[in-house]
Design a protein around this ligand. Structure first.
Ligand code: OFO
Length: 169
């Protein structure tokens, strides 16, 4: 059984993952409207991944005999007008999510819940991958700069990204 404190922290993280899904859906729309279908596809995969992250936590709360409480998801606000600015926001967002996962793990540790700490290990590793992917894309976009041809090449590359359902835990 999860402690009340840990259950609350898990529910907050479910909300944070659903917010990530919503934010990336807004970003997908930004790139659809900019006619960069490949970048939009990259965000589409990201949306599905965030949904899976939320459901992984949701299922875990139930598995531990806890109660899921769904709260309102905040309105996503884009903080940029160019691909570089949008990906800078993604980077900041993923760093924030990493700090939330770390804080959730700290709570599991302080509640002496070894099973939850072990479960959250997957999320800690996933955040390393998330940040690395975004860092790579952001640096590619910075190198591309104003080169429209290079941007279209990257767009074509990102069109090939496919969603693979993660095995969480
Ligand atoms: Fe759920 O990893 Fe991104 O936010």
């Amino acid at each position: 059984m999860l402690s009340e404190k840990l259950q609350k922290a898990f529910n907050e993280q479910i909300n944070a993952e659903l917010y990530s899904e919503y934010l990336y859906l807004a970003m997908k729309s930004f790139f659809e409207e900019a006619h960069l279908k490949g970048v939009a596809n990259w965000f589409d995969v990201q949306v599905q991944e965030e949904h899976a992250h939320a459901l992984g936590l949701y299922d875990y709360v139930h598995e531990r005999g806890g109660r899921v409480e769904l709260n309102a998801i905040a309105k996503p606000v884009l903080e940029g007008k160019t691909p570089v600015e949008i990906f800078e926001q993604v980077m900041r967002h993923e760093q924030l999510v990493t700090s939330k996962i770390n804080a959730l793990t700290d709570t599991a540790e302080s509640e002496k819940d070894r099973a939850a700490v072990s479960f959250l290990d997957w999320y800690i590793k996933e955040q390393v991958e998330e940040e690395a992917n975004v860092r790579h894309l952001l640096s590619s976009l910075k190198m591309i700069g104003e080169d429209q041809h290079a941007l279209l090449m990257l767009d074509r590359e990102l069109a090939a990204r496919k969603y693979n359902a993660p095995v969480i835990g």
